[in-house]
Design a binder for this molecule. Structure first.
Ligand code: LYS
Length: 258
């Protein structure tokens, strides 16, 4: 039988096929949680969770020797699932910041990002400063919300918070908000894919440069293994391949090496 004792007895050593013990080991399946409402980073397509982050984490997990099961749970639940250790890790365009680092562990940065402003074409909003006095829709608990808290005041009624970013965009489209503030890739992709909606994306140097990391429960033993695997996919061309598939151009990998 294959699945008896772990420590092999001496007579096993000469037996046929006694090569790599890992070959016969079943790979552990990790439970990965995400908020699949942030295209093109993570979203649902015909009931499947897809996106840059999903291809990325699958490649990294494969490199580290794990099977994965990616589950859409929503943004706020991600943090509950990770803190309670019900999930092994989360990948969801999650910006590495000091606040989150107090309660969670992060991998090395794997993606650079910044907040940008999405507005209808012809809007008089041309900069972050112009958002003052306007209703702004954001996803609750994001760096976009934090940026608006800083700009408009923490409990400003002008900040409309939504459970996911698609709802924030819908709020603007139905006239309930003048703008959406969210990560650049997401608002740029949305404006580009919906030309009939006539939307414009505004950048402003007032928004910080941010880096996404894989989120783990504090003290997770997976962090080291995943950092090694991330380095490997960055170096062996897999990351570049996935990046090109989703964004059509070459990534700047150097910026990820702090
Ligand atoms: N990168 C931002 C953050 O971490 C937005 C993430 C939103 C994901 N649905 O706060």
């Amino acid at each position: 039988m294959f699945l008896t004792a772990c420590g092999s007895s001496p007579q096993d050593e000469g037996s046929e096929g006694a090569g790599n013990a890992e070959d016969t080991e079943t790979k552990k399946t990790l439970r990965i949680v995400t908020d699949a409402a942030y295209a093109p980073m993570e979203y649902q397509d015909k009931g499947e969770v897809v996106g840059f982050d999903i291809d990325f984490i699958k490649a990294v997990a494969k490199e580290a020797g794990y099977e994965v099961n990616v589950e859409h749970v929503g943004w706020d639940p991600i943090f509950v699932e990770i803190e309670s250790k019900r999930a092994d890790l989360a990948v969801s365009s999650i910006t590495i910041n000091d606040d989150r680092k107090q309660s969670y562990d992060f991998s090395h940065p794997y993606f650079q990002s910044t907040n940008k402003i999405l507005v209808p074409e012809g809007s008089d909003i041309k900069s972050a400063e112009d958002l003052k006095g306007k209703k702004v829709a954001v996803q609750n608990g994001t760096t976009g919300q934090a940026a608006m808290d800083a700009l408009l005041g923490k409990n400003s009624p002008d900040i409309k918070k939504f459970e996911d970013n698609n709802l924030a965009i819908m709020e603007m489209e139905s006239g309930g908000a003048a703008a959406v503030v969210a990560d650049n890739m997401v608002v740029e992709e949305y404006a580009k894919n919906n030309p009939d909606k006539n939307l414009t994306v505004i950048e402003d140097s007032a928004f910080d440069s941010e880096f996404y990391g894989v989120l783990f429960p504090k003290g997770s033993e997976l962090v080291g293994e995943f950092n090694d695997a991330i380095n490997a996919v960055l170096e062996n061309g897999t990351y570049t391949e996935i990046y090109k598939k989703w964004f059509g151009n070459e990534p700047n990998i150097d910026v990820l090496k702090e």
